[in-house]
Design a protein around this ligand. Structure first.
Ligand SMILES: N[C@@H](CCC(=O)N[C@@H](CS)C(=O)NCC(=O)O)C(=O)O
Length: 379
């Protein structure tokens, strides 16, 4: 990050002095769709920070065709927004049609680098499919001098090497709706038609108050902004704690897109947000229902098996040098508790409804031993 960035953060990184944190939600809004001609005919979507369903292209955006093997998802395991795409890709079984490029956990002012330690994929610090060292090169291949954040997740067109979209709120929706032909057998319906009306307001509130709420605490530029952000976050956490009393999942009795979006924040909560972002009224592990719910998801194939706690901690503590100038990564907390029984089965429901769980994670994408209690260092 630099001071010249179009999103204006000016305190050497992520914090704008004296001000509340404002997320830059301007994306490359192109979409990869099953039927480009039809999508071009549909009405443009209303402004949204959570994506849209049933609408056409945003003004100025282009439609790209769904095509197996053509696109590469660049997703750092560290990042919660990228984490959504990793989970949904796996739940739907899209690994065989959309390949995965994995940057290391830390990026500098010039962006994410393909230097993931221990990954055979990235030997020599170059993505083996894209041939680039930095994701910035793929942004520049499409838009020379691209002035905004070089962010993950990004979908890259392999033949041209250019980024097609980094519009993460839309990417997972399009995985569900546009790539249907390539979903695995037994893939869950993460956007069930009969639940959408209930789901959108939940997704919206989870985004503004929780997903983004933790960042609002962490990157607050004044005591006042932090205090307000903290109160706002915990009001939403208390709402979720209540909401999860009667039903196993956030919306209904099977997993949906809403659960994916909440999970990526909850799984980072005690590991980083509680300390690094000062969201410390209490730990997630001290909230009975939310904690049991988060463990339930963690233990569901497709969720916990995408989580790399070592990369997550390293990313936050070493990248946000304005709030952690020493870049020291804390040793704690003990994360083995994610595997404790959750007891949520008694609420009924089942994660995949009429479908089935995804199989094991393909070997090259497996989280390294010791980075997640599902894959112990000595196992
Ligand atoms: N750009 C999006 C979300 C994606 C995002 O922020 N990803 C982070 C990692 S968690 C990133 O790539 N940051 C690089 C940067 O901002 O330079 C937003 O701010 O809403």
């Amino acid at each position: 990050m630099t001071a010249e960035r179009a999103d204006g953060h000016d305190m050497g990184g992520y914090v704008t002095g004296g001000a509340p944190f404002e997320r830059d939600t301007n994306y490359i809004e192109d979409r990869i769709v099953a039927d480009p001609a039809t999508i071009r005919e549909l009405q443009p979507p209303p402004p949204s920070k959570v994506g849209s369903l049933g609408y056409g292209l945003a003004p100025g955006a282009e439609a790209w065709p769904v095509e197996p093997g053509r696109y590469r998802l660049v997703a750092a395991a560290a990042c919660p927004w990228a984490g959504r795409t990793l989970i949904v890709r796996r739940l739907l079984g899209l690994e065989h049609v959309i390949s995965l490029g994995r940057p290391g956990p830390v990026h500098d002012a010039r962006s994410w680098t393909f230097d993931l330690e221990g990954s055979p994929d990235n030997a020599g610090g170059v993505d083996p499919v894209l041939g680039t060292e930095r994701l910035q090169q793929n942004y520049f291949a499409r838009f020379p001098g691209y002035p905004r954040g070089i962010t993950v997740p990004a979908l890259v067109d392999v033949p041209s090497g250019g980024v097609v979209t980094n519009d993460y709120p839309q990417i997972t929706i399009d995985f569900s709706t546009q790539w249907r032909e390539f979903h695995r057998e037994g893939a869950p319906d993460l956007l069930p038609g009969e639940r959408l009306e209930e789901m959108w307001p939940v997704i919206e509130r989870v985004f503004t108050e929780v997903n983004n709420g933790v960042y609002r605490c962490g990157f607050a530029g004044s005591q006042e902004a932090y205090d307000a952000a903290y109160a706002r976050l915990w009001e939403a956490m208390d709402w979720l704690e209540e909401r999860l009393a009667g039903s196993r999942y956030l919306v209904g009795d099977t997993i949906t897109e809403a659960d994916v979006r909440l999970f990526t924040t909850l799984v980072r909560f005690d590991a980083v947000y509680h300390g690094h972002f000062k969201t410390n009224r209490n730990k997630l592990a001290e909230m009975d229902r939310l904690w049991a719910y988060a463990r339930d998801l963690f233990q569901t194939p497709g969720f916990g098996d995408t989580v790399d706690f070592v990369q997550i901690k390293r990313h936050y503590y070493a990248t946000h040098t304005d709030i952690n100038p020493t870049r020291i990564v804390p040793d704690g907390p003990d994360l083995s508790n994610w595997l404790e029984p959750h007891g949520r089965e008694r609420l009924g429901g089942s994660p995949f409804g009429d479908g089935s769980a995804p199989g094991p994670v393909p070997e090259p994408e497996r989280v390294a031993p010791g980075h997640n209690p599902l894959y112990p260092a000595d196992g």
